[in-house]
Design a protein around this ligand. Sequence first.
Ligand code: ZN
Ligand code: ZN
Length: 199
Amino acid sequence: MSGSDQFFGRIKGNWRQRANERSTFASEFSLIPHWLIIVFFALYGVALVMVVGAVYTSPESLPDPLARQPHALQLLAMFGIVTGIAILVAGYVFLIAYINRDAKRRGMGPWLWTVIAMFVPYLIGVILYFVLREPYPFECPRCGRLVNAQFNFCPNCQCNLRPSCPNCRREIRLGDRFCPHCGMSLEASAPAPPENSPV
Ligand SMILES: [Zn+2]
Ligand SMILES: [Zn+2]
């Protein structure tokens, strides 16, 4: 019981921390390796060339209802089919590549999550990843060392990384001047955190 409370508490905490992460589609998309995008467009180009080849050299090899249509219509239909398939494949492959890079960035075991995302069926692995992924590591406000988002204390200087409001006991963020939940001023009774941090 308390184990699962802790588990869901952590997921909730992760969601809250991740809500502060600023990212744009472009910045996230740039995580996907460039070579993969190049390979993808190269294959897409090859597929289109093969379609043109098939239409002009062996139109009888096209799917049945298309075989007796004019070339322009055959091209249009086949380009549509190839593009549709390409979009589906790209969506899947780029998503897996994104998960691999993003998991690495978050210190989460990139290959384990890549395998989960690829092989747990019906995209459940992918969904699981986006539910469970950790917030970014951040710098300890006291000593500056990079700490994992799930740490409670800095392993280097023992700084309390998850301070709570002395009044309502809910978690607050480092550097908050007032509790966002109950409005209590946190400066008077600041527990341990950043006092001697330079910022
Ligand atoms: Zn520290
Ligand atoms: Zn409070």
